[in-house]
Design a protein around this ligand. Sequence first.
Ligand code: NI
Length: 171
Amino acid sequence: MAVREIVIYPDDILKKKCQTVEKFDDELKVLVEDMAETMYAAPGVGLAANQVGVDAQVCVIDVAEGEECELHVFVNPEIIAREGDIEWEEGCLSFPEMLVNVNRSRQVTVRAQDVAGNTFDLTAENLFAVAIQHELDHLNGVSLADKVGYLRKKMMLKELVKIKKIRQSAQ
Ligand code: NI
């Protein structure tokens, strides 16, 4: 297992729809393990494969509080049902130090595959539902920059340039 480098916005891989996973092999298992480790190290509550530079429909989520650990892995996920509305102040590991208010469905049912390729359905609400919608957005090339107006986006981009420079000089 290894912590992978997180891609900071803007980067082309964060702006395109990721490819469907067809091979449920060891490479996928390693990717999922690395993504989980990267998410926990950050720390964050969710991570999509393109955020570590991999073009694949895979995301990991863990919204358990405190010391609890409840890892959810979604391969080729799609939302098949939605209910209600909720507004959430969302952060994103590809947008360090930023929070954006986003309108989401309060409850979603997602259909996905696990690392072995087995299909499952899962219904989630509140923070878990928000995290699922956020990560699925990533897998479809949509991120927090697409949830704000033109001016806010411009300000975010300026800020991200600064953050990238600081991170590079710290390496
Ligand atoms: Ni994100």
